[in-house]
Design a protein around this ligand. Structure first.
Ligand SMILES: Cc1cc2nc3c(=O)[nH]c(=O)nc-3n(C[C@H](O)[C@H](O)[C@H](O)COP(=O)(O)OP(=O)(O)OC[C@H]3O[C@@H](n4cnc5c(N)ncnc54)[C@H](O)[C@@H]3O)c2cc1C
Length: 455
């Protein structure tokens, strides 16, 4: 055993300390494909007190500490790029309380999102944030990345459902911020500062989350268009009709081609774009809304509109959405996946810009995702090492296009390692300097997830 692992084992009798090796290789990377960096030791914490001891020790030794949930992140946030200690919260996975009276859940950070969703739905309650990784990702990772998903369109993202946090600062101090009540404005809002801070300011050890009543009905349609531009206009038409769906997902021509052979629906001749639109609520009004959205799509020249007639058809529509990523891999073995976001009114311009960038570089591109809030997953598909290089160059142009349309470099995946080279372009030097001063106030020796976010 290394001396670091031995010291941590002695310090942390209630935690498990692992050393880097084949069986722990998962802790060296996340889902970003940004490389594998083995840490010097991995601590599976069982309590906030374990986390405090690790950080106090690491502070005294000036060792990097990287918090980790499930490692499903797509921006390298949980990658221990500089070695040091990975603190995994996976074993702190208890739902401590669900209170229908207060409309809150109190959870440890390692709870899997889907586990929480199922538990609250059993009690007629709803926790809306729904990243598509919900079967594997943890609440801690969702908080640190301020995760979104299709339902963010109507319900907002993770930050909108966080009332209070318990967290350990890099100095080892335990803080409690926020409140259990649905309102509270005392002092600086440290809760919201920690949300989205990508594990660079504190390690979250407990969260008080807001729950709302579970919608009783959800109704879904799939509209087919002859082009992706028409699909984007269909999205605008739904909003122009005065409707607010809970999800509005776009599929471009490449995506329609990729999924057409596998999808549980026959696609019409000449299809070049698609929209999945879903509404929810309490009663029959929901069906009226989906019918009105279908009419809006038809006025925007949809080739055909399918409205799910039952729960199994609804699920099949969403299956089509979930098969996008594997289907694209069948077209080209690899892809760089950006998650830029633009104001909804600029969607067609973004799609056109991406198409132009692909054409210029001879690359196959795909755009899909949360069109309703302007957040598209822009994929640059490649097969050869040369194409990979070209894709990396093309990413720069995709980012520039999003920024020039008044958008952002990342709508939900976070900056991490992946976007730190671009962050100054969006935030500007003065804001970066202020954010670095904030980081230093929390973490004077820069031990917590060093190197992430900042250029
Ligand atoms: C198939 C797939 C689909 C996805 N779909 C979406 C989507 O629709 N929307 C979306 O937003 N994301 C999506 N993601 C990205 C990812 O799942 C989310 O970012 C998720 O929130 C990460 O959770 P995690 O537990 O895996 O965190 P990790 O990857 O382990 O960590 C993510 C970040 O959080 C930090 N962190 C983790 N736990 C803590 C803690 N307790 N305290 C402080 N910091 C912590 C880490 O240091 C890191 O910076 C998807 C990923 C995959 C693989």
């Amino acid at each position: 055993m290394s001396s670091l692992a031995a010291q941590l084992t002695a310090l942390l009798p209630s935690a498990t300390v692992l050393e880097p090796g084949e069986s722990t290789s998962a802790y060296a990377h996340d889902e970003s494909l940004l490389g594998s960096y083995p840490p010097h030791a991995i601590v599976l914490a069982s309590s906030a007190s374990d986390v405090q001891k690790v950080l106090t020790y690491a502070q005294s030794m000036r060792l990097p500490v990287v918090p980790r949930g499930a490692g499903s992140g797509k921006s390298g946030g949980a990658v221990p790029e500089r070695g040091g200690i990975v603190v995994s919260l996976e074993r702190m996975n208890r739902i401590l309380e669900i209170s229908p009276a207060d409309g809150v859940a109190v959870v440890e950070p390692g709870v899997i999102l889907e586990t929480l969703q199922n538990a609250v739905e059993d009690q007629g309650l709803f926790y809306p944030p729904d990243p598509n990784s919900q079967a594997i990702c943890t609440i801690g990772g969702n908080l640190a990345h301020n995760a979104g998903g299709p339902r963010a369109l109507k319900y907002g993202v993770t930050k909108d459902y966080v009332l209070g946090l318990e967290a350990v600062l890099p100095t080892g101090e335990l803080i409690k911020c926020g409140h259990r009540s649905w309102k509270g404005v005392a002092g600086y809002d440290l809760t919201q500062l920690l949300v989205g801070s990508e594990g660079t300011l504190a390690v979250i050890t407990q969260a008080t989350l807001k729950l709302i009543p579970l919608p009783r009905r959800a109704e879904t349609l799939l509209a087919f268009f002859s082009s992706e531009d028409d699909a984007a206009r269909g999205c605008q038409a739904v909003f122009a009709a005065g409707l607010l769906p809970r999800a509005c997902e776009l599929l471009d021509a490449t995506v329609m081609q990729a999924v057409s052979g596998r999808a549980p629906f026959k696609f019409p001749e000449g299809v070049g774009g698609g929209l999945i639109v879903e509404f929810d609520g309490l009663d029959e009004g929901v069906m009226q809304e989906v019918v009105r959205a279908g009419e809006a799509c038809q006025q925007a020249h949809a080739l055909d509109v399918i409205v799910a007639q039952d729960e199994s058809q609804r699920r099949r529509i969403w299956e089509t959405r979930r098969m996008i990523s594997p289907s694209l891999k069948a077209m080209r073995p690899d892809k760089l996946s950006e998650d830029v976001c633009v104001p909804r009114g600029r969607l067609v311009e973004l799609i056109r810009a991406v198409r132009g960038i692909g054409k210029k570089h001879g690359l196959l591109t795909a755009c899909y995702g949360h069109a309703g809030d302007g957040n598209l997953h822009v994929n640059l598909l490649f097969g050869s090492p040369e194409e990979r290089k070209t894709s990396a160059a093309a990413v720069d142009e995709v980012i520039e296009a999003a920024l020039s349309l008044g958008g952002t470099i990342t709508g939900e995946h976070g900056v991490g390692m992946a976007k730190r080279g671009f962050v100054t372009r969006e935030l500007g030097g003065e804001q970066i300097a202020l954010q670095k001063r904030l980081k230093a106030a929390f973490d004077p020796h820069n031990i917590l997830n060093p190197g992430k976010i900042f250029p």
